[in-house]
Design a protein around this ligand. Sequence first.
Ligand SMILES: [Zn+2]
Length: 249
Amino acid sequence: MLLIKLRLYIFQLLEKVLSLFSYRVCKKCKSKIQEKYLFICKDCIRAQSAWINLKSFQDFDSKLKIYFLFRYSDKLIRKLILDLKNNQAELAYFWGLALSEFLIYLFNSKINRNIYISYVPISTEKFNTRRYNQAELIAKYFYKFLRKRKFKQEIKLVENLFYRIKNTEPLYKLNSEERRNELSKAFELNPKYIPLIKNISEKRENIILIIDDISTTGNTLVKLSELITAIDFPQERILGFSCTGRNFN
Ligand SMILES: [Zn+2]
């Protein structure tokens, strides 16, 4: 983790220096990008963002709203998200910033809710080989970039809200029945947050986001949301927030 931190820090320094002398070109529309950390310009982020209600693409009986920024079928996007998983931790800056732009866009530039940010957990096994949880890194930068905008509302990062207690088979290989079985005992809520969740469930303006990198069917996000609704947090105030969505057109 120390090495990853160092790498992220160096990337941040490089971006600072480079932004003084040069600019990046949007990988989609080739226009100039002045901001640091962006590989795709803000206009393209807005234009390509898609959101769907889970019900419309899955047979899962859940009302959880899941928002996707990009379609996984897009070759460039797929590369940017897979590279993040395969050792390019610094791409978390880009994804965190892109998701924060997407959220601000969804809220019509006015964040009028208190946002509690959580993320999909990784198994210990995977963590030991990869040395980081990509969803956690995205959530951290998402949080940082949102905080920089200085909205009046509270924005909090809830670290380790969920645990993965069982390593699951890659879900895209399974049919929907198998997926549900595979996921049914995979996650647990961190008990130290139960008082917080109960406390924030009372006010309408508090919402919980669950950040994910790749959502295939939304089943993981649904399972995680159920852990919070089980302690009476209203489902309509939970949003799945994913960089890419895989099984939808
Ligand atoms: Zn562009």
